[in-house]
Design a protein around this ligand. Structure first.
Ligand code: PMP
Ligand code: GLU
Length: 397
């Protein structure tokens, strides 16, 4: 029997995808499951984007594309960065990939040597830590909690920097906490990092359009960080296009070139049809994402309201994305029949088996006191799920 690499054996399975698989299997076996585990919009891709894809098929966009993407797409993304984020990236500084997931994994591979450190505020998106490990790097985690809105301070960041720090990787709006760093907070973070020009800032802005408080602010907009910021984005969340697989970066030229070189050896490029559809999606003002954001805001209010009714759950009101990240540590040490709840994973499993609601345990995101609940679901499902969660939690003694 073949022996797998130490690398693959050392990383964990994606907890979000594992939970989605588990709930799919339970559903197939006839159980009624409300799946609030996976982070994907429940809306359909807008028709005008679907039309563009159909036309691309008919017009025979069926050949290999340039590795970073069609020239027209790179120009449209360059324009989008200027229009929406006030950042200048030349089309040559843009690389499209099969999702922001590949974009970030690729960045880790082109930036890190063995034991290079990447600073990661926790809670962080599940895949970041494993991607750093796959690239032989070392995640340096900064902890936060519900009381500080799951956000790091500039001094925490400053204290985590060493001579081995290669990158700072974060998402705002954040998956899983939904927290959004304000312009002022990003300026404070920028004031620390501008003194360390060898540190690359990787700003994952895939939830840019799902911001309930302010207009999105990109750290790459700060003049003092010029040539230090890689901005990551994609179509999955803003345009309900998770299955189409298009993510992109705007990056300092040297990093963009390295990603193109890497991508040329592993995937060539993302799908030609998706790229044509992306040109249409990104060309116009983001009216559709704004509409989706309004729905998510109503659902955010609903789920925070419903979960706040549960005694012992601690919850804040996140400003963006479509997740809540309640602290459930008050339930640790309690039982139901022969089930004992010791940590977030036990609690998330208990909710799946006892109430039929799929969530993701916080430990996968670097915070074992919490669980992640996605509210990219209908209002009826959210209300029902919260009732089921409440009933199950009341059984714990
Ligand atoms: N970053 C964050 C913070 C995410 O939540 C996701 C979710 N899929 C991704 C990146 C990857 O997105 P995709 O690969 O679908 O573009
Ligand atoms: N990003 C989404 C999530 O966090 C999709 C799943 C994944 O890509 O891991 O649930």
């Amino acid at each position: 029997m073949c022996k797998l690499s130490e690398k693959i054996l050392s990383i964990e399975e994606s907890a979000t995808l594992a939970m989605a698989r588990k709930s799919r299997e339970m559903r197939e076996s006839g159980k009624e499951i409300i799946n609030l585990s996976l982070g994907e919009p429940d809306f359909n891709t807008p028709s005008f984007i679907k039309e563009a894809a159909k036309n691309a098929i008919d017009e025979n966009y069926s050949k290999y594309t340039p590795v970073p993407g069609y020239k027209e797409l790179l120009e449209v993304i360059s324009h989008k960065f200027k229009r929406d984020n006030n950042i200048i990236y030349d089309p040559s500084q843009i690389v499209c990939s099969t999702g922001a997931k590949q974009s970030i994994a690729q960045l880790m591979m082109v930036l890190l040597n063995k034991d290079d450190e990447v600073i990661l505020p926790a809670p962080y998106w599940v895949s970041y830590k494993q991607m750093i490990k796959l690239a032989d790097g070392k995640p340096i985690v900064i902890d936060t909690n519900l009381d500080n809105d799951f956000k790091i301070t500039a001094s925490q960041l400053s204290n985590s920097i060493t001579s081995k720090t290669k990158a700072f990787l974060f998402s705002s709006p954040c998956n899983p906490s939904g927290s959004v760093y304000s312009k002022y907070e990003l300026e404070e973070i920028g004031n620390v990092l501008k003194k360390h020009k060898n540190i690359t800032i990787i700003s994952d802005e895939i939830y840019e359009h799902i911001n309930f408080r302010n207009k999105h602010f990109s750290i790459g907009e700060l003049e003092s960080l010029k040539n230090q910021v890689v901005t990551v984005n994609g179509l999955s969340k803003g345009f309900a296009m998770t299955g189409w697989r298009l993510g992109y970066i705007g990056a300092p030229q040297k990093i963009a070139n390295a990603c193109i070189k890497m991508q040329g050896q592993i995937t060539s490029a993302t799908c030609s049809i998706t790229q044509r559809a992306a040109i249409t999606a990104l060309k116009h003002d983001p009216i559709y994402p704004r509409k989706m954001c309004e729905s998510f805001k109503l659902r955010r209010n609903l789920i925070v309201n419903e979960l706040s009714k549960i005694e012992k759950i601690k919850i804040n009101k996140p400003d963006g994305a479509f997740y809540v990240f309640p602290d459930v540590s008050n339930f640790f040490g309690s039982h139901y029949k022969n089930i004992k709840i010791k940590n977030s994973e036990d609690l998330s499993m208990f909710l799946l088996t006892n109430s039929g609601v799929a969530t993701v345990s916080g430990n996968a995101f670097g915070n074992d006191n919490c669980i992640r609940i996605s509210y990219a679901a209908s209002e009826a499902e959210i209300i029902k799920a919260c009732k089921l969660i409440k009933n199950s939690l009341e059984r714990l003694a």
